[in-house]
Structures are given as structure tokens and as C-alpha cells.
Design a protein around this ligand. Structure first.
Ligand SMILES: [Zn+2]
Ligand SMILES: [Zn+2]
Ligand SMILES: [Zn+2]
Ligand SMILES: [Zn+2]
Length: 358
């Protein structure tokens, strides 16, 4: 990520919806691909204050009404449509039940992580689209809570439904309990994970989406060579074995995480997530003055891995200084680097110029 500038000179961050110095509204301008000061013209009509842009904008419905977004939509000469959703919110199929206390806050955290995901996808030029735009397979999100029958009458009417975070056919489902920091930390400890974050969930699940979009029926032979045979054993058999026996000893030599040992699809998704993490970290390092590090849009893969190694020593020590978890706990063994190289080449060969990110 990078930081942005308000017209008053104050620094703006990706999540801001207001400048904390001059008080003006700010938001994502889709025309210039950055967070900008919004000049108010009339009810929900704004101008991007970037003099090179000046796009006519309206705030996304989830910005102006729901307060969980900070993006704008472009306005042509038509009157603003108060229900118009931005290029991130338009992917939502299901949002949490906002009549339940705390769900709006959880939803807001999920949307903030999702916007960061889209920023990286657009930075790398990875294709994606909705069903309404005719994209195949369409991408969509469900943010849902477990519904557990209780003594409350209205809940007891429904049947118990557990929500599993995962991906199927372009639909990414996230259980919103992951957006509760205390719950998420307790799951992290239970599963002995180095990190457990919302952005990490999005990076993993989108990996499954890109397997369907870019590998399935196209690069499956290459994928089998790198990750193993995804048809034998079946996913169901692999899942059963993983929960019965756990990860094989010494998995660290060949896999990015214990979960990646479960099945080649999980290995691909974990590796894809690690690649998005690597590109995001290097891009941010460059933009906040921790560089020079190579440009993730053009650099060769070995240069990117070298830069990551240098940076992680420094960042881990910084985090230890503050008593935090290691910033970059993953050690990239050679077989893991080779899997990431496969993802790198897949991303580069499918990159489309998006113009979404400045
Ligand atoms: Zn300002
Ligand atoms: Zn603009
Ligand atoms: Zn939005
Ligand atoms: Zn998965």
C-alpha cells in the first residue's frame, strides 16, 4: 500500500473517509486510482480534488449510508443513484445481519480487508468480474454468521447452520466471527498458526478462485508437476486424512504451512496467498521509504525473494522490539520458492492492464 495526500497537505491513509487535519471528506477516486479529497458540489455529488483528474463522483451506498466503505463511483450526467455500489462492494452477495449488535463493525473490518485485496489484484492486473458483468467464473462474497438455534423465538425458528470460511465456484464465504479480534486470536492459538488475519483469509480464498480461473482446464498438467495430483486422492479423502493424522513431520521443507499439506488445492491457495503477501509487502516497503526494493510489477522473481529476505530480518527485529509476533515468520525453503515462482509466472502471464491503481 501507499499513503496519499490531502489538498491541505496532511497525509491520508487507504482506510480514511475524512481528513483528520482539515475535516474534509476523502475517498477512493476510481478515475485516478487513489484516495483523494472530495470537493462537495451538491447532495452526494463530489469532484475529485486532484487537478489532473477532477472526476465527478458519488459516494458508494455502503459509504454514504452504511459507513463501511470509503470508495466513490463515477457519475456521468445522470443524477446520482443512492443505491450505487463501488467496484469492491458490487461483489457482495450476502452481508451480515445488521440488526445484530456488533455486526456492522465486523462487516466494516471485512470490507477494509477486501479493499486491500482488490488493490493488490488490480496492482498486479489480475482479472476478476461479477456475474452481472458476464465474467466467468464470476467472483462473489458471502459474509455470514453461524445461526444457532437459541431460546430466542425468532432464532429458534431457523435450523442450525454453521458457516465455513471457504471458496466454491467463484463464491468466497467468510464466517464473520473471524472479524472479532478475540475470537480470531483464540482460533490462531488453537491451530498453532503464526498469523491469522482477515487479509490473510482473503488472500487464501482468492487463490482458490484463481486456480479455477487460470489453472483449471488450462495449466493442470503444470500444476500437478508443481503441487501434486489434485484428483488423486480426492479432496474429501485428503481432508479426512488431514484432520485424522495432521501434517506430516518435516512438512516445513516442502510446504509454506501445515495446512498446505492437506491437498494440492490448499497448497496452491496457501502459496498464492504467500505470493500476494510478498508483493504487498515489497510494494508497501517501496512506498514508505524502506526500499529500494524491486517493483513487483516488473521485477524478476529471484530479486523479489532476495528483497524479502533482507526486509524480513529487519522487520522481524522491529516487531520483536515491540513484543509483537514476528512480522514475517515464513522461511521460504527452495521447494516453496519454486511453487511461488509458478504463481509468479501465472500472474505475470495473465496480467491485464487495469488502470485501476495509480
Ligand atoms: Zn486535509
Ligand atoms: Zn480522481
Ligand atoms: Zn463500496
Ligand atoms: Zn482453502
Amino acid at each position: 500500500m501507499k499513503t496519499f495526500d490531502c489538498i491541505c497537505g496532511n497525509t491520508l491513509f487507504f482506510e480514511n473517509s475524512q481528513c483528520l487535519s482539515c475535516g474534509q471528506d476523502v475517498g477512493w477516486c476510481p478515475a485516478c486510482g487513489s484516495i483523494r479529497t472530495l470537493r462537495h458540489e451538491r447532495e452526494n455529488v463530489y469532484r475529485c480534488a486532484n487537478t489532473d483528474c477532477g472526476a465527478k463522483l458519488a459516494k458508494c451506498h455502503n459509504y454514504v449510508v452504511e459507513n463501511v466503505c470509503n470508495r466513490c463511483v463515477r457519475l456521468n450526467d445522470a443524477a446520482p443513484d443512492p443505491s450505487a455500489l463501488c467496484d469492491c462492494c458490487v461483489y457482495n452477495d450476502t452481508i451480515p445481519d445488521l440488526s445484530i449488535a456488533g455486526n456492522r463493525e465486523k462487516w466494516g473490518r471485512l470490507e477494509a480487508a477486501k479493499r486491500r485485496l482488490f488493490y493488490t489484484l488490480d496492482l498486479l492486473g489480475l482479472p476478476h468480474g461479477t456475474a452481472a458483468s458476464g465474467f466467468d467464473p464470476p467472483l462473489a462474497f458471502d459474509f455470514k454468521a453461524d445461526s444457532i438455534p437459541s431460546n430466542e423465538f425468532w432464532r429458534a425458528m431457523g435450523k442450525e447452520e454453521r458457516v465455513y470460511t471457504g471458496h466454491a465456484g467463484g463464491k468466497i464465504t467468510i464466517n464473520i466471527r473471524e472479524a472479532d479480534p478475540a475470537e480470531r486470536e483464540s482460533i490462531r492459538v488453537e491451530f498453532d498458526e503464526a498469523h491469522r488475519t482477515l487479509i490473510g483469509h482473503f488472500r487464501h480464498e482468492i487463490g482458490h478462485y484463481y486456480w479455477d480461473l487460470l489453472v483449471k482446464g488450462k495449466r493442470e498438467v503444470d500444476s500437478i508437476r508443481v503441487f501434486g495430483d489434485h484428483e488423486n486422492p480426492s479432496y474429501a479423502e485428503a481432508l479426512d486424512r488431514h484432520y485424522r493424522e495432521g501434517a506430516p513431520t518435516g512438512w516445513q521443507q516442502n510446504f509454506i504451512s501445515a495446512y498446505a499439506t492437506m491437498h494440492p488445492w490448499e497448497d496452491f491457495a496457501e502459496t498464492f496467498a504467500a505470493y500476494l503477501e510478498l508483493t504487498s509487502v515489497l510494494y508497501t516497503a517501496n512506498n514508505v521509504g524502506l526500499g529500494p526494493v524491486p517493483d513487483v510489477r516488473t521485477a524478476g522473481f529471484p530479486e523479489m525473494v532476495d528483497a524479502k529476505r533482507r526486509l524480513s530480518v529487519a522487520m522481524n527485529e522491529m516487531n520483536r522490539t515491540m513484543g509483537l509476533l514476528d512480522f514475517y515468520p515464513k522461511i521460504l525453503m527452495t521447494p516453496v520458492v519454486e511453487k511461488m515462482r509458478f504463481v509468479h509466472e501465472l500472474v505475470r502471464s495473465n496480467s491485464v492492464a487495469s488502470g485501476q491503481v495509480a
